[in-house]
Design a binder for this molecule. Sequence first.
Ligand code: SF4
Length: 370
Amino acid sequence: MPKSHVLRFNPSKFQENILGWYHQNQRVLPWRVVGRGKTDPYKVWMSEIMLQQTTVPAVIPYFLKFIEQWPTVVDLANADDADVMAAWAGLGYYARARNLLKCARVVARELNGKFPKDLDGLLELPGVGPYTAAAIMAIAYGQPATVVDGNIERITSRIFAIEEAYPEGKKIVHQNAHRLFDKIDAWEQQDIKAYPQALMDIGAGICTPKNPSCGLCPVQRFCKAFAEGQAEAYPVKAAKKAVPIRHGDVYWITDGQGNIIVEKRPDNRMLGGMVGLPTSDWDINKGKRSENRLNLQEILQSPLKIGKIYHVFTHFRLELAVWVVTMPDLKKLVKCSPDLMIINTHVVELNKIGLPTLFLKAARLAHKNV
Ligand code: SF4
């Protein structure tokens, strides 16, 4: 593609184009306030925590469910842990759900139900990092803050054609992102609230990771990556490292009458605090099986291997062998650990108790084979 002319970056023109586009094209989202309505920091905080590592379409039904069930931060603070974890099931990255609860309890019980209105105060809340704190400051309170989510990172790296490869390049992209927010402290609160959301919408709908729609972009004339004819090449990523694979076992332990064993997973492990099927440890090396976490030797007398399931976490792929064990007296096993419980699959739908996707895969395989 031939190189085209690019204008020198002019923050006020850039910002004017972004806001002009937003007033015509903004997405309607359940946590957003249109026009001059009052923004609820609880909803902004909830949506930003949910949106970390996840897409808007995936978050919307969860957000609506949470707000209906727990309309205020005090309601959420008073919820049972198990109910919140179950409502979160399927959204992934479960540490966020645990921090959501911790944070709600701090705000409700120590801060009189009010989110702090300053960056330092927000940063002290559990699970609130620099990005979320900046997003709350700008979107909820209309206070100037540089908000840099994945979409805004991508736009920044393309506008300035930042050549340093990630992960090191990320720091340089963040430094340059400040240029997009230049002098916004002089703006009206409504515009400060709108601006990061406008950038996010452009990142989600126009400046997409693949096949960006540069022809529709309101800031194309400032974009160096577009002028170079290689928008998709930014952000520059270093070659990917191989993802490690971990192995382990997961057990479908049944009495043959529809009752099965589930466990509450320890807080300090992956999927901590969630209800799951019992598993072994997840080893890194294939063939090297570790001790059972839950002293389940007794049930290993006649396990039947019915297949494997696979699941991808951020830093590793997991391969679990699925074993079916039939034992008439499940109560005997439950006595081995306070974290084990019996549920009846005729009475309780597994996806209603908040079984994470990993275990639903194992349950589906067991249903087909038992
Ligand atoms: Fe992104 Fe293309 Fe707009 Fe540049 S011109 S910011 S690459 S959509």
